[in-house]
Structures are given as structure tokens and as C-alpha cells.
Design a binder for this molecule. Structure first.
Ligand code: BES
Ligand code: MN
Length: 460
């Protein structure tokens, strides 16, 4: 028996029918505070994996919870009808910590709707990604025209340390013609996007030391450099006066074609009036195809407790986003060489790598990308998707590209510019979510129509 082909209208009706249940299950997932970071109760991550497994079993998938030393991931499979392609659907079930609770207008783990948005940690990033996959599977019921592999990771926000091993161990069950990574964003409310590049990441610590111990700032100040001043001078060498990254050996280029008007950017980021935007070239170049460097934190005496003493040592955490095409290892070497060369006054310097992750660029051409664009256009009532870069990172996309060079990688997502992923008051635009669910449903039938072998080789 061949799988009956559902029309776009039938699929639209089926998604409509499923949305209330999908919304209820999304809320159920948001109530589970599954945070993979060290120091958090990982029993919640286990519960979260269980809940995802249960949802996938409900879609008649063959489900396993797997791990390789890290947090649990869920793999659910359903074989392809004869001759049909297989699609890997990725999302992650872990979430970011909530930060300062007093900044949340409602409990991060008690989802609530306000003004058409669902608020809660993970409501967008990335539990809505999971539910978009589930929505598509439910819409088809037993008439799914493709094979699927659901892969729902449990430690993406903590750097996916064990993911490479997991992917290697389960390579055979993960093989697919198309990979859909529902962990990115759309361009605006009402304007869908296909993500075609992401930046890489290098996070590292620099520590400077000038004294064996703190000493009286009056007795010794003026002759002995304090470590905090040393650190400040070192950090100041990392950008030029215009705010471009001034580290030799990091790659980056201009060349984005999408315009992001500065006023829109300022409003979306919440930049205070009068504060300049840093860097040159288009905003989209600065966000997507050039490196950025930020200081995330400093360890030094807190001002409230700082005595009149010279600070003997100070440490900063630096985060660098790498342009597509750059290499985290080479970039880290360039960063080490820079700080070694620029540390002032002979201060002792220690550098420690925290985390590195590869950037990626996707050649978004070929029949599977056409299929995706057609599905998006239909779901957004005639609005074409924009090809965007993302300044954030999903390092394992590069791993997928290496493992499955023939597969087309479609990076989709549920976030919009107001989603505030990682921040307080994260939320999901429910109207856009409905379109995301429809788009993914339509995508599967278009992928089925392309058949196997429709992938293009994605360039690293
Ligand atoms: N979903 C994000 C990636 C992303 C960021 C997509 C911005 C769209 C817009 C992902 O969950 C994430 O935050 N990744 C981390 C990666 C890190 C832990 C290696 C990031 O970018 O900080
Ligand atoms: Mn995410």
C-alpha cells in the first residue's frame, strides 16, 4: 500500500486540529526545569527526556533514551515508506538557567499567555522546536510520507559535550537525506527565515597576577601595577577605537546582503539612547560574518568589600564569536598570541580555554531547499523566507555536515526578535508558532515529493 498523499489544504486543517493539544504538551514541557549546567538538579533533565520520549511514543515512533556520559537525549525512529527519503528532526529539551528571578514577570516554569505570547523558560528555545516536530507527526498520523528520526538532545545549552560521541555511537540510526534543525529564529513576526550560517564560539579565561598578595595601596601604589588595571589595559587592546575586534589572525568578512536598519536593531536589542553601536560595515556583517568579542565577567574584589589594597590578581571571561569559515583551534591560538603580546608591564598571564565550537555555512541551494522555501511561503501566506545568518552558535551543525555530507541541512526555528531566549521573560509568539508547525508539516510532504538523493553537499 502506498502512503496516501495529503493536500496542502488537508494538512493545514490537520495542523489546526492538532494545535490545542500541541500547545498543552508544550506547556507540560515548560513546567520541567531541565537545566544541564553543573550544579543544577539533573533529575529534571531525566524527567524532561522521559516526557519527550512519551510524546514521541505517542507518534508511533520507536523510542530510546540514550546518553554517552552526559545528559539524556531521545531518539525516535520510524522507517521510511519504500523509496521515500528519511528526515532527521533535531531539537533540544534542556534549557538555560533562569538568572535573576526578580526580573521575571511570571514564574519561568509556569507557562502563561500574555498578548499572544507564551512566557516561560524554554517556551521558545527550544521546547517549541520539539513541539513543531511533534505537531507535524501528529498532523500526518499514520500517513507520514517520509521516514523520520527525531533527535532531541539534552545538553545543547551546556555545550553538547557528549554529542560527538552520541552521534558516532548512533550514526546508523541517525542517517538521513535531510536534516531539520529547529533551533534558530525567523527574521521577524510575519517573515520566515532559513538560517544559512552560524558563528562559532571560543570562550576563555585570562588571569593576570602582579603581586604575591594584596598590599597597602598607599604604601606601594604608584610603583607596583595592580592586577585589575593590568587586566583593564589588556582588555582594552582587544578592539580598535571603532569597536572592531583588533585580534590578528581571526577571519571575517563583509558581504551580507540583508539590511538590518540600525533603529530596528537598537530597539530589538534594547540599546540605551545615546550609546553608539560599535564596529563598521553593515549590521548583518557585524552580527553574522565578522567576529565579535565580549567580556562576560570579571573576578576581582567586589566594590563593597574592596579595601585600600592593590589587587594582586584578576581574571576575565572572554567570549569570542567566530565568523563562518574560521577555525576554533586556530582562533584560540591567535587569541592566546594576542594576549601574550599585549599584557602590559610584565604581569604574569594564564590563559585557559573554557569552550570552543565550530561555525558553519550552508550552501542553501538544491531541491530540498526549494522544498523548504515553498513550504515556508505557503505557511506564511505568500511571504518568501529570508536567508539569514545567526550570530549565535550551534557547533554540532559542522559535525552533521562532516558525518552526512550528502544531507541537506535546513536550519529553521521558532524564535522571533522578541523571544528573549536566554534572558528573563523568554516567550514564544503563538501565531508564529502555528505557522512554524504548518511549515514543517508542509515541508515533509514536499521532501517526500523530491524523493531520495535530493540533498546538496553542504560546504563547511
Ligand atoms: N538556539 C541557540 C542558537 C541561536 C542563537 C539561534 C540565537 C538563533 C539565535 C542555541 O540554543 C544556543 O544558545 N547556543 C549556544 C551555543 C553554545 C552553548 C556552544 C550559544 O550560541 O551561546
Ligand atoms: Mn537553542
Amino acid at each position: 500500500m502506498t502512503t496516501p498523499i495529503m493536500s496542502d489544504a488537508e494538512l493545514r486543517a490537520a495542523v489546526e486540529r492538532e494545535l490545542p493539544g500541541v500547545r498543552a504538551d508544550l506547556e507540560r514541557l515548560v513546567r520541567i526545569p531541565g537545566i544541564a549546567f553543573e550544579g543544577f538538579d539533573h533529575a529534571h533533565v531525566e524527567r524532561s527526556a522521559e516526557a519527550v520520549a512519551e510524546l514521541l511514543r505517542g507518534c508511533s515512533l520507536d523510542v530510546r533514551i540514550v546518553r554517552s556520559g552526559g545528559q539524556p537525549a531521545v531518539i525516535g525512529t520510524r522507517p521510511a515508506p519504500p523509496g521515500a527519503p528519511t528526515v532527521l528532526l533535531y531539537a533540544h529539551h534542556d534549557v538555560q538557567p533562569v538568572g535573576d528571578l526578580s526580573l521575571w514577570e511570571s514564574d519561568p516554569f509556569e507557562p502563561v499567555e500574555r498578548d499572544g505570547r507564551l512566557y516561560g523558560r524554554g517556551a521558545a528555545d527550544d521546547k517549541a522546536g520539539i513541539m513543531a516536530h511533534v505537531a507535524a507527526l501528529r498532523a500526518y498520523g499514520d500517513t507520514l510520507p517520509v521516514g523520520v528520526v527525531l533527535f532531541v538532545e539534552g545538553e545543547e545549552e551546556y555545550g553538547s559535550d557528549s554529542l560527538e560521541r552520541l552521534l558516532a555511537e548512533h550514526r546508523d540510526s541517525l542517517a538521513a537525506d535531510v536534516i531539520v534543525i529547529a533551533d534558530s529564529a525567523n527574521w521577524d513576526v510575519g517573515v520566515p527565515a532559513l538560517t544559512t550560517s552560524l558563528r562559532g564560539i571560543v570562550n576563555f579565561f585570562v588571569e593576570v597576577r602582579t603581586l604575591q598578595q594584596a598590599v597597602h595601596s598607599g604604601i606601594f601604589g604608584g610603583v607596583v601595577p595592580d592586577a585589575l588595571t593590568v587586566l583593564a589595559r589588556l582588555l582594552a587592546t582587544l578592539h580598535d577605537d571603532a569597536g572592531n575586534v583588533a585580534v590578528e589572525g581571526l577571519s571575517g568578512r563583509a558581504g551580507a546582503t540583508v539590511d538590518y536598519p540600525p533603529e530596528r536593531f537598537r530597539a530589538e536589542a534594547g540599546v540605551l539612547d545615546g550609546v553608539h553601536l560599535v564596529g563598521t560595515d553593515r549590521i548583518t556583517d557585524r552580527l553574522w560574518t565578522k567576529p565579535s568579542l565580549s567580556v562576560l565577567g570579571i573576578d576581582a574584589p567586589a566594590t563593597a568589600e574592596a579595601p585600600n589594597a592593590l589587587v594582586p590578581q584578576a581574571r576575565a571571561k572572554i567570549s569570542v564569536r567566530l565568523a563562518p569559515g574560521d577555525d576554533p583551534k586556530q582562533a584560540y591560538e591567535a587569541l592566546c598570541a594576542h594576549v601574550e603580546k599585549h599584557v602590559p608591564w610584565g604581569a604574569r598571564l594564564d590563559v585557559l580555554l573554557e569552550q570552543g565550537g565550530a561555525p558553519c555555512a550552508i550552501d542553501a541551494t538544491g531541491p530540498m531547499f526549494d522544498a523548504a522555501r515553498s513550504a515556508f511561503r505557503t505557511a506564511w501566506d505568500g511571504t518568501d523566507p529570508v536567508d539569514i545568518g545567526i550570530g549565535g552558535s550551534i557547533p554540532f551543525i559542522a559535525t552533521f555536515q562532516e558525518m552526512f555530507p550528502q544531507a541537506a541541512i535546513l536550519v529553521t526555528g521558532v524564535e522571533d526578535p522578541q523571544s528573549r531566549a536566554h534572558g528573563p521573560n523568554e516567550s514564544l509568539h503563538l501565531g508564529e508558532f502555528a505557522r512554524v508547525c504548518l511549515a514543517e508539516t508542509l515541508l515533509l510532504s514536499r521532501v517526500a515529493a523530491v524523493g531520495t538523493g535530493g540533498g546538496s553537499v553542504s560546504k563547511p
